[in-house]
Ligand binder design. Sequence first.
Ligand code: ATP
Ligand code: MG
Length: 427
Amino acid sequence: MAEKLLAVKGMNDILPPDSARWEWFEDTVRRLMARYGYRNIRTPIVEPTALFVRGLGEVTDIVEKEMYSFEDRMNGDRLTLRPEATAGIVRAVNEHNALYNGPLRVWLMGPMFRHERPQKGRYRQFHQLDVEALGHVGPDVDAELILMVRALWRELGLVEGRDVTLELNSLGQIEERQAHRAALLAHFQDHYAELDEDSRRRLHSNPLRILDSKNPAMQAMVDAAPELIDFLGAESLAHFNAVRAVLDGAGLAYRINPRLVRGMDYYNLTVFEWVTPHLGAQATVCGGGRYDRLIEQLGGKPAPGVGFGLGIERLLLLLEAVGVPVPSSVPDAYAVLPDAAALPQVMPVLEALRAAGVAVVLNAGGGSMKAQFKRADASGARHALIFGPDELARGEVAVKPLREGMASQTSQALADVATWADRLRNA
Ligand code: ATP
Ligand code: MG
């Protein structure tokens, strides 16, 4: 036998029946987005490397060490598999002048790529729901986006406060961050001896990222560092307080986390994360914030933006950890054919049932009655349709319920499927 070829490490296949969870999640998202007036956008998975370097910032984990970048051998272009969605969406909006007629609310779902060490909840190809509101200064849409995520949790059966909690912070504006950065730099320089190698390297390029350090030896020193909130001016504070007022009014509890900075350089003002206690170190299920300079930074006419990314694998793991029941997709009926030669007569009936909205699985490939019924059971179908020679001779099919507590077996006329098709569904 030839050697089996395997998937790339950290990149997962999603097979049935697990794929039913994905479809259920995606359907839920589509309905929710429509209710909030967000529309679907689709952008390429491959983008010019420069987009992410310029968009995310050179001294970020993603750009420094997580990007799948390569040279197009045909023409030498520097390309990257998208590690996140915001930069690509902003590029597309700029390229198509999509804000010309006013603000835009969009969402997408799809794969992202980061070269990280694979572990539970952390993969090299993973999927995000990404939602962006472009052209609004906020704070109204900031709060609305956060509440939309809460609505998603509720729809999915997650409990806020128990399964997911909101952490909130404001990063202020560039000038405020610069003043804070100077104070931070002074603090870290005073404690230079305690900094690890990574942090020393970041001291001058991006001292803010030192706050993100997970090194326990540095924790006390990091905790004592000056907080950005004390450097915010009146306008930034007003924006932050307005977001909070809407969340308070909506009865959403949150924790203000002054250390929340997020992994990309483009954020300002509102930043937030939804975290869970159920997934160990992979605690952040959803994160986002405002990025009022990004559109301009990527060559567009200046316009503000705010959005979030939600990790779908992590969310599905969370639903599993919490034990949320996920509707499975099983067929309504399984067609059993004692004599395969009857198929030309049977197939039009199956086609009529499907046209009437009934999910029917055909027993393909023959087999004994016993084998066919075994497959019918395994399919999870609620009914077996038995096209036996006697039934067919009478112009009928036997409909046999496969679950306990269902009505007894009946015979139905092949000629008028429409009159009984409905009973196969949701029965
Ligand atoms: P982390 O701190 O866990 O590395 P992050 O800050 O890099 O997360 P974001 O860039 O904010 O993550 O992406 C948004 C969401 O996408 C995360 O909250 C998470 O749910 C998900 N996510 C990010 N990286 C991965 C990954 N490698 N595998 C699976 N999900 C991921
Ligand atoms: Mg990360």
